[in-house]
Design a protein around this ligand. Structure first.
Ligand code: ADP
Ligand code: MG
Length: 595
C-alpha cells in the first residue's frame, strides 16, 4: 500500500469508548458523579434528617433498657404504664426517621438513573457513525441499561450507608463516651483487630464471588453454545466432549461455592468470639469497683447494649469502599461515552441542491486499514442516472455513504453544485438525499409512521399512499388488519424481506429529494415485483439525480451511465451499449447474469 492514500489522522479518529487508555483520576469521577446530586440537595437534607432521627433512636433503645432494668431493680411500679408507651413511641419515631431516609435517598438515586439514562441516550443520537462502526451494539446498550443502574446503585448505596450507619456509629460512640469514657477507651483498643478480621474475610469473599461469577459465566457460555449449535453437536457426535467440558466447569463452580461457605462459616463465629473477648474484658473491668466507678445495673446493661448495637453499622461501613469503587468504575465507563466527540457540523450553507456532484480522487480507508475506495473519480450531472456495479466488496456502499457524510473520505474532495460537501449544513445535505440502504430499518410503530418517519412526519395520508403505491407496497398494506395503522412490530418481523424493502423504498420516495440513492434496494424482491417497482422508479428518477446500485444488471440497462467498480476504483464507465461493445468486465457480468 503506497503512502499516497494513508488516512489523515484527524479525519479517521474512530476509537472504542471502553478502551480509553488513560482513565481519569478516581476522585474526579466521584466529584463529577456528585455534581449530579446538586439539584437534589433538599432531598439529601431530608435523608440526613431521617437517618439522624434513626440514629438517635438507637441511643434511646439503650437508654430505655437502662430505665427498665433500674426500675426492676428498685421495684419501682410508678413507670409501669410509661414503658410500653415509650417502646411504641420510640419505634414509631424510628419508623418515621427510616422512612424519610429511605424514601429521599431512593428519590435521589432514581432521579439519578433517569437523568444519566436520558443524557446517555441523547448523546447516542448525536454521535458520529464512526462511533457505531467501532462499538458493537451490545456494548453500547449495556451502558445505557446496566452501567447507569450500576453507578446509581453503588454510589447512592454507599451514600446511604455512609449517612445511615455513619450517623448511627457517631451517635452510639458519643453515647458510650458520655456514659463511661474509660470503658469506651478500652473498647477502642479491642475494636481494630475485629475490624481487621472482618476486612480480610470480606476481601476473600469478594474474590471468591468473582470466581463464582466467572465459572457461572462459563457454565452459561457452554450451555448457549450447545443449545445454539445443537445440530452440529448431534451431527458430529459432540455429546461426550460437551458433557465432559460442562462437567469440568460445573465442578469448578461447585468448589468455588464451597469455599464461600467455608469462609462465611469460619468468619462469623471468629468475629463473634473476638467480640465476646472484648465484651468479657469490659465486663471484667466493669465489675471491679477499683477500676471503674460504681455504675448501676441499668447503666451497665445499656452500655453493653449500645456497644452491641455498634457492630452492625461498623460492619457495613467497612464495605463502603468496595461499593464506591464499583460505582466509580461504572461512572468512568458512562463518562467516557458522554465525553466522546459529537458529529461535527462545520457546514453553514443551506441551499437547494440541483443534484450535480463531483467526486475527485476519493480514498476511503476503514479503521481496520481496509482500503474501500482508492483514488475514485466521477462527475455526475444534475438529473443524471448513474449505476454502480461490481462484485461485492468493490466499495459501492462505502461510496454512497460518503455522500450523506455517514462516512468521511480519508482524502480527496466531494463537491455538490461546486460547493465542498463539508461546507453544506448536515441537516440540509441529508434532507436533500433520499437513500434506500441494503439493510432495511423499520421501527416498532405503525406502517404509516414507518413510511412518514422523522422529518417526514407531517406528510398527509394521501402523500404517504402515493409513495406506497409507487413502491408497490399499497396493496399488501391494505391487506393488513388495520391498513396503514397496522403495527409493524419490533424490527418489522411479521413482514417478508420483500415487503420490508418496499416500505423502505416508499419512505425514500416520500422524501421527494433531488438526489436519490438506491443501494441494492430491490435485492429481496422477486422478479415480478422488481419489474413493477423498476417502472415506478424509472418515473421517479426522471427529474432527479440518481445513483443506483444493483446486483441484477437488467434493472440498470437504461441508466445514463454505468460505472463498473473493482477494488475501490472505476474500471469501466459508459452506457450499456458502449460497455457491451467494449467486451470487458461489464459484458462478462452481463452474460453471466443471463445464463
Ligand atoms: N465498517 C467497515 N469496517 C471495515 N471494513 C469495511 C467496513 N464496511 C465495509 N468494509 C470493507 O470495505 C470494502 C468495501 O465494502 P462495501 O463498500 O460494503 O462494498 P460493496 O457495497 O461494493 O459490496 C470491503 O472490502 C469491505 O470488507
Ligand atoms: Mg454494498
Amino acid at each position: 500500500m503506497s503512502q499516497a492514500y494513508q488516512p489523515d489522522s484527524a479525519k479517521t479518529s474512530i476509537k472504542k469508548v471502553s478502551v480509553s487508555s488513560e482513565s481519569p483520576p478516581k476522585h474526579k469521577t466521584l466529584l463529577r458523579l456528585l455534581s449530579y446530586l446538586k439539584p437534589y440537595w433538599w432531598a439529601l437534607l431530608l435523608t440526613v434528617v431521617g437517618f439522624a432521627i434513626n440514629a438517635g433512636t438507637e441511643i434511646w433503645i439503650a437508654k430505655l433498657l437502662q430505665y427498665i432494668t433500674d426500675a426492676i431493680n428498685q421495684n419501682d411500679q410508678s413507670k409501669k404504664a410509661l414503658f410500653p408507651l415509650l417502646i411504641i413511641g420510640l419505634f414509631f419515631v424510628r419508623g418515621v426517621g427510616s422512612f424519610l431516609g429511605n424514601y429521599y435517598s431512593a428519590l435521589v438515586s432514581r432521579n439519578l438513573v433517569y437523568e444519566l439514562r436520558v443524557e446517555v441516550f441523547n448523546k447516542l443520537l448525536r454521535l458520529p457513525s464512526s462511533f457505531y462502526l467501532a462499538n458493537p451494539a451490545g456494548t453500547i446498550s449495556s451502558k445505557l441499561i446496566f452501567d447507569v443502574e450500576q453507578v446509581t446503585a453503588a454510589s447512592t448505596d454507599s451514600m446511604k450507608t455512609l449517612l445511615r450507619d455513619g450517623l448511627t456509629v457517631v451517635a452510639l460512640i458519643g453515647f458510650l463516651l458520655y456514659s463511661n469514657w474509660r470503658l469506651t477507651l478500652i473498647l477502642f483498643v479491642v475494636l481494630p483487630p475485629i475490624l481487621w478480621l472482618i476486612r480480610i474475610a470480606s476481601k476473600r469473599y469478594l474474590k471468591l464471588s468473582k470466581g463464582i461469577q466467572k465459572t457461572m459465566g462459563n457454565v452459561s457460555h457452554i450451555t448457549n453454545e450447545v443449545i445454539g449449535g445443537y445440530q452440529v453437536v448431534k451431527n458430529y457426535g459432540g455429546q461426550a466432549y460437551e458433557a465432559e467440558r460442562f462437567d469440568k466447569t460445573s465442578k469448578k463452580n461447585l468448589r468455588q461455592g464451597m469455599k464461600v461457605v467455608v469462609t462465611n462459616s469460619i468468619n462469623t463465629p471468629a468475629v463473634q468470639l473476638l467480640m465476646a473477648m472484648a465484651m468479657s474484658v469490659v465486663v471484667w473491668l466493669a465489675l471491679r469497683p477499683a477500676v471503674i466507678d460504681n455504675i448501676s445495673a441499668g447503666e451497665f446493661i445499656s452500655y453493653i447494649a449500645a456497644a452491641g448495637l455498634l457492630s452492625k453499622p461498623v460492619r457495613s461501613l467497612t464495605d463502603i469502599n468496595q461499593k464506591l469503587q464499583k460505582g466509580i468504575a461504572a461512572g468512568e465507563s458512562i463518562f467516557a461515552l458522554l465525553d466522546e466527540p459529537e458529529e461535527e457540523d462545520t457546514g453553514t450553507i443551506n441551499k437547494a441542491l440541483s443534484g450535480e456532484m463531483s467526486l475527485e480522487n476519493i480514498s476511503l480507508i476503514y479503521p481496520d486499514s481496509t482500503v474501500a475506495l482508492h483514488d475514485f473519480t466521477l462527475n455526475i450531472k444534475a438529473g443524471e442516472t448513474v449505476a454502480l456495479v461490481g462484485r461485492s466488496g468493490a466499495g459501492k456502499s462505502s461510496l454512497v455513504n460518503l455522500l450523506t457524510r455517514t462516512l468521511e473520505a480519508s482524502s480527496g474532495q466531494i463537491t455538490l453544485d461546486g460547493m465542498p460537501i463539508e461546507s453544506i449544513k448536515l441537516e440540509s445535505l441529508r434532507a436533500q438525499i433520499a437513500m434506500v440502504n441494503q439493510q432495511v430499518v423499520l421501527f416498532n410503530t405503525t406502517v404509516f409512521n414507518n413510511i412518514a418517519y422523522g422529518s417526514l412526519a407531517n406528510k398527509t395520508q394521501a402523500e404517504v399512499e402515493r409513495a406506497a403505491k409507487d413502491a408497490f407496497a399499497h396493496d399488501f398494506i391494505m391487506k393488513m388488519p388495520n391498513g396503514y395503522q397496522s403495527e409493524v412490530g419490533a424490527e418489522g418481523l411479521q413482514l417478508s424481506g420483500g415487503q420490508r424493502q418496499r416500505l423502505s423504498i416508499a419512505r425514500a420516495l416520500l422524501k421527494d429529494a433531488p438526489i436519490l440513492i438506491l443501494d441494492e434496494a430491490t435485492s429481496a424482491l422477486d422478479n415480478e415485483s422488481e419489474y413493477y417497482i423498476q417502472q415506478a422508479l424509472d418515473n421517479v428518477m426522471k427529474d432527479r439525480t440518481t445513483l443506483v446500485i444493483a446486483h441484477r444488471l437488467t434493472t440498470i440497462e437504461s441508466a445514463d451511465r454505468i460505472a463498473v467498480m473493482d477494488g475501490g476504483q472505476i474500471v469501466e464507465l459508459g452506457t450499456h451499449d458502449e460497455l457491451m461493445q467494449l467486451q470487458g468486465h461489464y459484458a462478462q457480468m452481463y452474460e453471466r447474469d443471463f445464463e
